[in-house]
Design a protein around this ligand. Structure first.
Ligand code: CUA
Length: 431
């Protein structure tokens, strides 16, 4: 019988065997490659390389569960191999002993997994409590606002507002207050902390506190850490990235100082006083901002606790600490003039200037940012020029107009190539 079957086997079967062997070899090679890649490469959004106390708690939970599952895997494989070998079919007409219902087995495979679930639940619940522990008194507070599709970071103690790059001092506990300006986003910087949802905060009655999500951690190493919105929030959810720059205490303080002196000694400047070509356009744009905020303002910028939209969030009139050092470059001066004389300032703010818009990202120290468009591309002159001309071509549903099309309730900017380049050079000089 067997002989007949084997001789009758057509050539394709032999070919099939060869291809089976080939695919097993490929699978082994791929597995090896995967293991080697895991050893060597540095993945920017890897959770298995923690750099904060929060991420370490998550990571140690992951590692312990990983090794327990490896143990379970080993037990299963040993048992499986034993059964496969011992009870294999030894002759053609052999019938294994038939059993129906086995109380011992039933109890075993119900209680066993239940115990495993309990064993996983205990450290998981401990990790939940450990990552929600009371905040220490010296923690620095930062208000994080998710927008479609970028991140706003407001430092209430320092009076700073920035976007898409969160600067933090190393070894200093930070308490992030998370909320959204529109739909649900989720803050996730795998090496530091998250995921934690940034929810739209519902309006509350006077005297009541709006309910926020908080994320509390201490960064333990300096470096630039990549993050990503982790809750589907619309067309450009995948393009809503961020960076966390963890610097030394001095480096962070220097960044704070630079934020306040990033611009010249013209602060505070009344919009109408600003010597730009179209002298009335800045004030007109500012009036539009106020109008827009009144209409769409629920949560525009940062909620104050009062529920009233705050125009120029955190940009209280603060003393300027040093004079600008960038004005010697004529292109920078030209770009500054064009920027402040255009509708850019209806949405964007630059500390120390008449640009105090709160709808879009605050552009103070823009030149010091690593990336552009919420972490989607390198921040350089070429990309910035492309971005200002055609933001929607680079990011779907972006609320920013291009030079020849409207966006986010604003008309096309109508800027010439020279003006766009000058603005790019000016913004990159802010650092
Ligand atoms: Cu914001 Cu996804």
């Amino acid at each position: 019988m067997r002989l007949t079957r084997s001789t009758a086997a057509p050539p394709p079967l032999a070919g099939g065997n060869r291809s089976l062997r080939g695919s097993i070899c490929t699978a082994i090679l791929l597995a090896l490659l995967l293991v080697l890649a895991g050893c060597g490469a540095e993945y920017p959004q890897s959770t298995i390389n923690p750099h904060s106390d929060f991420a370490e708690i998550i990571h140690s939970l992951y590692v312990s569960i990983f090794w327990w599952t490896m143990l379970i895997l080993a037990v299963v494989w040993v048992l499986l191999t034993y059964v496969v070998v011992k009870y294999r079919r030894k002759s053609e007409d052999e019938q294994p002993r038939q059993i129906r219902g086995h109380l011992g087995l039933e109890i075993g495979w119900t209680v066993g997994p239940a115990l495993i679930v309990i064993a996983i639940a205990i450290p998981s619940i401990q990790a939940v409590f450990a990552t929600q522990r009371p905040v220490s008194e010296d923690a620095m507070e930062v208000h994080v606002t998710g927008h479609q599709f970028w991140w706003e970071f407001h430092y209430p103690e320092q009076g700073i507002t920035t976007a898409n790059e969160l600067w933090l001092p190393v070894d200093q506990p930070v308490n992030l207050r998370l909320h959204s300006n529109d739909v649900i986003h989720s803050f996730w910087v795998p090496k530091l902390g998250g995921k934690r949802d940034a929810n739209p905060v519902p309006a509350v009655r006077e005297g009541q506190d709006p309910k926020y999500n908080w994320l509390y951690f201490t960064p333990l190493q300096t470096g630039v850490f990549m993050g990503q919105c982790a809750e589907f929030c619309g067309q450009s959810h995948a393009l809503m990235a961020m960076r966390v720059v963890v610097d030394t205490e001095e480096g962070f303080q220097d960044w704070v100082d630079r934020w306040f002196r990033s611009e010249g000694a013209d602060f505070p400047t009344e919009a109408a006083d600003f010597p730009s070509e179209g002298a009335d356009s800045p004030s007109q744009a500012l009036a539009e901002v106020a109008e827009y905020a009144a209409e769409y303002g629920n949560g525009a910028g940062d909620l104050d606790g009062s529920g009233v939209p705050v125009v120029a969030t955190g940009n209280e009139v603060l003393p300027v600490q040093a004079a600008s050092t960038h004005d010697d470059d004529p292109l920078v001066a030209r770009g500054r003039e064009v920027f402040l004389g255009s509708t850019c300032i209806a949405c964007h703010a630059v500390q120390g200037t008449s640009a105090q818009g709160v709808i879009g990202p605050n552009l103070t120290l823009f030149g010091a940012r690593h990336t552009l468009g919420a972490g989607i591309m390198e921040n350089n002159r070429e990309n910035l020029i492309r971005w200002i001309k055609d933001p929607m071509g680079m990011k779907a549903a972006v609320a920013m107009p291009g030079v020849d099309y409207p966006g986010g309730n604003w008309p096309a900017t109508g800027l010439s190539d020279d003006e766009v380049e000058a603005i790019a050079v000016y913004l990159l000089s802010l650092k």
